[in-house]
Write a protein that binds this ligand. Structure first.
Ligand SMILES: C[S@@+](CC[C@H](N)C(=O)[O-])C[C@H]1O[C@@H](n2cnc3c(N)ncnc32)[C@H](O)[C@@H]1O
Length: 390
């Protein structure tokens, strides 16, 4: 597989090899060549991969009732503006559909609310601006550092964004942990340049504390040589910056995630890293660098531990299927029967999308994890018994 010239030059300048996290950062976020940085990746059923918000507006309509509950609590405790902050808004579909749902269902709340988009990749931000051109809420793009100068009160959403933070891949060599690296091979004497994954230097001291509590320090005889997994060094800084940006309110993370006991089980010998493009999934992160999405699951225990250390109170988590049922998915499905016959095709498409959202073998297995800062946390509606009154 051809290694693009820009990557060959970058690797050569780095001495021929870089840690996997550096490679992942480059191929996703380089502003000229990265899959997100350049805006090359397209999200949606006709793009490179579908996400829940890209399947239609029903996902946002269900989520809006949870956001409205949280924003109402904040509105009741103090006057002043509120913010709905979305990190990693992709095509801008979720932000646009949430703004429309809030404006239609909770106009008084929406009148106090602004939309803030946190998107470091210029190529994606350009498409979000187009998608949100007619947004009913005031909109702005900002970074966490900028927000920290005047922290907002509200809700921060992170839907399928933390899985795009570069991960460190580590390999057990039978005696110690090694940091996996991406190596440039060949390319001299006119031969074809190739990329390889190799166990690199012994894991440095700075990454070793992350092994604690995951059953990896040391792993004992249960893991064979070559067993490979991921660590998430980007989580702690992201959570700290997010905490500084949101003075009071909630963080909702929705993503692929596993408990540490499942993530780091001996049988998961190659971790969770996957590549996506043109609706295809691949376990090879080295093909066509800068054209594929690379993504790794979150570890629930690591996320909750880092969040706790960064000023967030973990409120609990559940699977997406459970969360959406608690927010009224069954009633929404039932309501499709009331649509007029002329809207049959639309009703069938929406029914299929709603069922995909709760399919336990697909999007229904996503996790919803809630965290709070400042305000006294109540149990979020999506974690309460669905029969409890709103
Ligand atoms: C998998 S897409 C998810 C898009 C959208 N949330 C959805 O579910 O359809 C990841 C998004 O996060 C953005 N992103 C990547 N790293 C980020 C970071 N550190 N902070 C905020 N956004 C980031 C990407 O540019 C992209 O817009």
């Amino acid at each position: 597989m051809t290694v693009p010239g820009w990557l060959q030059r970058r690797l050569a300048a780095a001495g021929g090899a870089v840690p996997f996290s550096t490679y992942m950062d480059w191929v996703l976020h380089d502003p000229d060549h990265g899959a997100y940085g350049s805006g090359r990746l397209r999200i949606g059923p006709r793009g490179d991969f579908a996400t829940a918000p890209s399947l239609g507006a029903d996902f946002a309509a269900l989520l809006a009732s949870q956001l409205a509950e949280w924003l109402s609590e904040l509105a009741a405790t103090a006057p002043g503006p509120l913010a709905l902050v979305e990190a990693g808004p992709g095509e801008g579909s979720l932000a646009a559909d949430l703004a429309a749902a809030l404006a239609a269902g909770w106009p008084d709340l929406a009148a106090r609310c602004e939309l803030v988009l946190v998107e470091p990749n210029p190529g994606m931000a350009a498409r979000q601006r187009q998608r949100l051109a007619a947004c009913p809420l005031p909109c702005r793009w900002s970074g966490f550092a900028e927000l920290a100068a005047a922290p907002v009160r509200g809700v921060l959403l992170a839907h399928e964004v933390l899985d795009a933070l570069p991960v460190e891949r580590i390999c057990w060599d039978g005696e110690d942990w090694r940091r996996q690296r991406v190596v440039l091979a060949g390319g001299s004497d006119g031969g074809e340049a190739l990329l390889r994954l190799q166990p690199g230097e012994r894991l440095e001291a700075g990454l070793r504390p992350a092994l604690a509590g995951l059953g990896l320090d040391p792993p004992g005889p249960r893991l064979g040589p070559g067993w490979t997994t991921e660590l998430h060094p980007g989580l702690a800084p992201w959570l700290q910056q997010a905490a500084a940006a949101l003075g009071d309110g909630w963080l909702l993370v929705i993503d692929y995630a596993l408990e540490a006991s499942r993530y780091y089980a001996p049988a998961r010998a190659q971790g969770t890293l996957m590549a996506y493009r043109h609706q295809q999934a691949s376990g090879d992160p080295l093909q066509q660098p800068g054209s594929w999405d690379l993504t790794a699951h979150l570890c629930i225990d690591s996320l909750e531990r880092e969040a706790g250390a960064s000023g967030w109170r973990p409120l609990g988590h559940c699977r997406q299927g459970q969360a959406l049922l608690a927010l009224g998915l069954a009633e929404r499905l039932h309501g499709l029967q009331q649509l007029p016959g002329a809207a049959l095709a639309q009703a069938l498409a929406r029914r299929e999308a709603l069922l995909r959202l709760v399919d336990p073998h697909a999007l229904g297995d996503f996790r919803w994890l809630a965290f709070a800062r400042g305000t006294a946390p109540g149990v979020p509606r999506f974690l309460r018994d669905p029969s409890a009154p709103f």
